[in-house]
Design a protein around this ligand. Structure first.
Ligand SMILES: CC(C)(COP(=O)(O)OP(=O)(O)OC[C@H]1O[C@@H](n2cnc3c(N)ncnc32)[C@H](O)[C@@H]1OP(=O)(O)O)[C@@H](O)C(=O)NCCC(=O)NCCS
Length: 196
């Protein structure tokens, strides 16, 4: 099985990348953006193809790792796009939700916005390889820190990150916002890996 790891997303995989990330990040994104197809449109319209690592096998996208740096993020809906799709009130409400989960990224930091591998290819090392490629990119770009946030309902992913060398830094409780947005989790943990 030959898997290629690209440092950008070719145009033809935009739809499948957003679909895969929406599925992987459903607990965070569906409560904010909804489940009616508009989330797919909003994210496709706003994505930055240079801010990811894409795993391609047999002309199919099998994995994606979304990156945020100080210059922007792979998933980057602006208020303008949100208002266009959800109206003024709906757009502002959704922007508040996204801001709540937003991480302010330092100039020497990569923040992993999300990572996902298609169901049938999980457990074959693709997720770990995506992180390996990210680390090589970090070293090349003199990035000091890779960080990510994992929600309390995803212990398997948390264990994987720990195995890859990430250390838990702090846990943030989302109360009362988890009630307002109906997030099916209560907290997220910031994990960090230093690139020494
Ligand atoms: C997390 C994920 C990207 C890992 O990709 P992967 O290619 O399966 O990872 P690897 O093969 O390198 O490593 C497998 C490890 O991932 C862990 N893992 C985490 N979530 C998993 C899941 N939903 N299914 C299978 N394995 C998962 C397994 O425990 C496994 O550890 P093990 O080898 O000790 O059993 C992938 O499982 C996935 O897409 N999960 C759903 C989305 C998600 O939870 N993303 C993280 C939050 S954004």
């Amino acid at each position: 099985m030959q898997v290629d790891y690209l440092d950008h997303l070719p145009d033809e995989f935009k739809t499948s990348a957003v679909r895969l990330l929406l599925y992987a990040l459903k607990d965070k994104l569906i409560p904010i953006l909804g489940n009616d197809g508009r989330a797919q449109d909003v994210l496709e319209e706003s994505l930055k193809p240079t801010h990811c690592i894409a795993a391609i096998c047999d002309h199919k996208l099998v994995g994606i790792l979304a990156i945020e740096n100080s210059k922007g993020s792979f998933l980057n809906p602006t208020l303008k796009i949100l208002i266009k799709v959800y109206g003024i009130l709906g757009g502002v409400y959704r922007m508040c939700g996204l801001t709540l989960l937003h991480h302010s990224t330092a100039p020497d930091e990569f923040y992993v916005d999300g990572v996902a591998v298609v169901d049938e290819m999980r457990g074959k090392g693709i997720g770990s390889q995506l992180f390996g490629k990210l680390e090589r990119m970090a070293l090349k770009n003199r990035i000091q820190t890779i960080s990510l946030a994992v929600i309390d309902t995803n212990p398997k992913a948390e264990a994987l990150y720990e195995r890859l060398g990430f250390i838990r830094i702090k846990r943030t409780m989302l109360r009362p916002f988890n009630w307002i947005f109906r997030f099916p989790f209560e907290s997220e943990t910031l994990m960090v890996k230093k690139m020494d």
